[in-house]
Write a protein that binds this ligand. Structure first.
Ligand code: AVW
Length: 257
């Protein structure tokens, strides 16, 4: 009797975890489409959920490669205006606070795919039909985990579809703002298409006491990773100015960055 009761309780708990992720994903997807009416007729949240599950359900949580998300990527239709793509590295909160109330720049997490899965955790098990949202491998625990592979695939797609003059917000409080092992350094910079992207501008957000500048040697590795056909720019942007622009959306973007 005890075993049966435990099995039922466990079963219910597992079902609830799966259902909870499903309702979060569908709920976020629907609210995004309500707000972005231009893409609402060409996207189907149920279909997106199905393509998402297809990537990792039934697989060992350390054996989900980035390509497993190809069907998910194809299930989403979204166009970002050329010249508005903003990458970020070690500046997540600041970059999002900045793009939140402005149209001039768009991060991956402001697009349907990034918005829906931001900050979520998921995995399954070999041979299982379940989705778990706890006890999944951490970011660096194994290479091919469902969450890391998703962000690698989604970031590669965001960069590969970028066009015009793109920018990246980096953290001037760090000695090496550019890391070649970050998603920006290892996936996005290399996925930029030189036939579509004219230049990459680094927005190095610096506080008054920071000593790192655009002359930092860490940008040498960025330049060598970047296709030589794509022009490179770097600009130091005062942190105070960014904060000021975050608190006042009326200030034009051109006066902010
Ligand atoms: P990040 P990225 N361990 O600020 O350039 C745990 O370095 O990588 O920016 N979590 C990690 C690790 C790690 N070693 N590395 C990354 N993460 C997770 C998508 C963690 O959740 C957008 F398009 C951390 O908060 C950006 O242009 C987050 O990834 C680009 O990728 C950001 O790490 C930012 O990736």
């Amino acid at each position: 009797v005890v075993v049966v009761v435990l099995a039922i309780v466990l079963g219910l708990t597992l079902t609830r975890y799966s259902d909870h992720l499903r309702s979060t994903v569908i709920g976020r997807c629907e609210s995004f489409l309500k707000k972005h009416t231009d893409v609402s007729r060409v996207n189907d949240c149920e279909r997106i959920w199905g393509a998402f599950e297809e990537a990792y359900v039934g697989k060992d949580p350390c054996e989900v490669p980035a390509e497993a998300y190809d069907p998910l990527i194809s299930s989403v239709t979204q166009h970002v205006i050329c010249g508005t793509m903003l990458f970020w590295s070690k500046t997540k909160a600041l970059a999002h606070a900045f793009t939140d109330n402005r149209e001039c720049l768009v991060t991956l997490e402001d697009t349907l795919l990034g918005f829906v899965f931001d900050e979520l955790t998921w995995c399954s098990k070999n041979g299982s039909k379940e989705t778990f949202t706890t006890d999944c491998p951490g970011w660096s625990e194994c290479q091919n985990n469902p969450v890391r592979s998703f962000w690698i695939r989604a970031s590669a797609n965001f960069a590969a579809t970028s066009c015009g003059n793109v920018s990246a917000m980096l953290n001037g409080s760090l000695e090496s703002p550019f890391s070649s092992t970050s998603v920006f350094g290892s996936v996005e910079v290399k996925s930029l298409d030189p036939n579509k992207v004219d230049d990459l501008t680094i927005l190095l957000v610096t506080k008054e006491t920071d000593t790192t500048t655009c002359a930092s040697s860490s940008f040498q590795s960025l330049r060598s990773a970047l296709d030589p056909k794509i022009a490179y720019n770097c600009r130091e942007v005062p942190y105070n100015r960014v904060e000021n622009c975050i608190s006042d959306p009326e200030i034009p973007c051109s006066d902010c960055l």
